[in-house]
Design a protein around this ligand. Structure first.
Ligand SMILES: Cc1ncc(COP(=O)(O)O)c(C=O)c1O
Length: 436
């Protein structure tokens, strides 16, 4: 382990907490540790502020848009990155003013833009030429002044991560390509439309354990800012290098420390800006690395079944009471997780299990997991690091109610922050025509 790599500090429940929570709220259950989340934000903020005098963190709420969590992030001094009207409405519900939010999206709808502008969004991260024209048209129609506009750039770097969470490469639906001249054209168009151009943004991908792509993305947008100042006299006031820092899903995933990561990013940007006179606010918008390790999912074992497998071996399936609808990441990205028994029973030798969900899919939710050989129906399992992209990506497949989320408070008490989806909410959209 190098000095830059972090120790395992993932949130875990004690057997007593797991038992209390399962009895009071049922399973499957998302559990978030408030103190852990606050500490992660503070650590990231301090690291960034130490590396750069004018650096600030926004919480990418797509990672977990539970309103209480957005409120905590904002209390800790984060702005909130929203990627839709729904996320913006969630932030407003949490008491976060629109002036602390910025709006992302590669195909923002007119209504979304109108809503964001009317609410007084701090800035819009514009993705394409059609959007720039649409914003200009909305301003003409509403008579509103231009919100600050940040241009999302595609720097053309290929991160080492799952293809579905790579966004900075040239062939991407996101942003204005720098190399083919689109980004420069976007600058001239934004200025020509009289919009309040504020700066530049890139987000190259997610769950990055090797920081090279973010380092070079940051450098490329800073180089671009320097070129634009030379060519057009426009001086960027703001550069945002997105999120993407990875977390410890399993012990094989060893991310960099916040300190080393922030220093690396800042150094590459400052080097590129040197001598240009550009002195911007620097922003990062992490999601996963703030909330991921602060959350877990608690499941109850319902079935243990051994079946014949290939080559005369057998496979033992452990079916839990959730799955793809509360955690689609294994199916979408082949994501691996750490699964532990948390039933308070004495340690026993382990066997290899395939933990499956209860959906009508052949989902090997968590394959090849070592769990105690005396695992029994009724045991509780905790799946670590589900704070990010689980609750916010949950679905109702098979008409499952989305799980509740409970916050473990710093004094050890529990607060329900999202209830299990009530049946009446699940069926609220149904309309059966009278004449059917
Ligand atoms: C534009 C943008 N910013 C920030 C993030 C947050 O990334 P992460 O959760 O990996 O930090 C994402 C994730 O998809 C994103 O698309």
């Amino acid at each position: 382990m190098t000095s830059s790599q972090v120790k395992d500090a993932r949130f875990r429940l004690t057997p007593t907490q797991a038992k209390e929570l399962s009895q009071e709220f049922g399973t499957p259950l998302y559990v978030i540790d408030e103190a852990h989340f606050r500490a992660r934000i503070r650590s990231y903020k301090q690291a960034f502020e130490k590396a750069y005098k004018n650096g600030y963190i926004t919480f990418a709420s797509k990672a977990n848009s539970t309103a209480a969590l957005m409120k905590i992030a904002n209390q800790e001094g984060c702005a909130i990155d929203v990627a839709s009207e729904g996320e913006l409405r969630g932030a407003l519900l949490a008491g976060v003013p629109a002036s602390s939010c910025h709006l992302h999206g590669n195909n923002k709808q007119k209504e979304e833009l109108v809503f964001a502008i009317e609410q007084g969004i701090d800035h819009i991260v514009a993705d394409n030429f059609d959007e720039l024209n649409l914003i200009s048209q909305i301003l003409k129609e509403t008579g509103k002044p231009s919100p600050k506009i940040v241009l999302r750039l595609a720097p053309g770097v290929d991160p080492v991560t799952h293809a579905k969470i790579s966004t900075g490469q040239a062939d991407t639906k996101f942003g204005f390509n720098i190399a083919d001249g689109s980004a420069e054209k976007a600058v001239t168009q934004t200025l020509a439309l009289g919009l309040d151009l504020y700066g530049f943004h890139c987000h190259v991908g997610s769950q990055l354990l090797d920081p090279e792509a973010q380092r070079s993305g940051g450098q490329l947008i800073a180089d671009f800012a320097v070129e634009i100042k030379k060519a057009h006299g426009f001086e960027a006031r703001y550069l945002n290098v997105g999120g993407g820092l990875g977390i410890m899903y399993t012990e094989n995933d060893v991310p960099m420390s916040h300190e080393d990561y922030c220093q690396l990013i800042v150094n590459s940007i400052l080097e590129a800006l040197e001598g240009s006179g550009i002195d911007p606010i620097l922003a990062q918008e992490p999601g996963r690395s703030l909330i991921g390790e602060s959350g877990l999912t608690l499941y109850t074992v319902g079935v243990i079944k051994t079946v014949p497998a290939k080559d005369t071996t057998t496979r033992t399936y452990v079916a839990v009471d959730g799955g793809l609808s509360d955690n689609p990441r294994p199916v979408m990205y082949g994501s691996k997780y750490t699964v532990e028994r948390v039933s308070g029973k004495p340690a026993s030798p382990t066997s290899t299990y395939t933990v499956s969900g209860k959906h009508c899919e052949t989902d090997k939710l968590f394959p090849d997991i070592e769990l105690p050989s005396d695992l029994e129906v009724g045991d509780l399992l905790q799946v670590l690091c589900t704070g990010a992209y689980n609750s916010s990506m949950a679905s109702n497949y098979n008409r499952y109610q989305r799980p509740a989320t409970v916050l473990v408070r710093p004094d050890g008490s529990y607060s329900l922050v999202q209830q299990r989806e009530p049946w009446e909410v699940l069926f609220a959209r149904e309309i059966i025509p009278q004449d059917l």
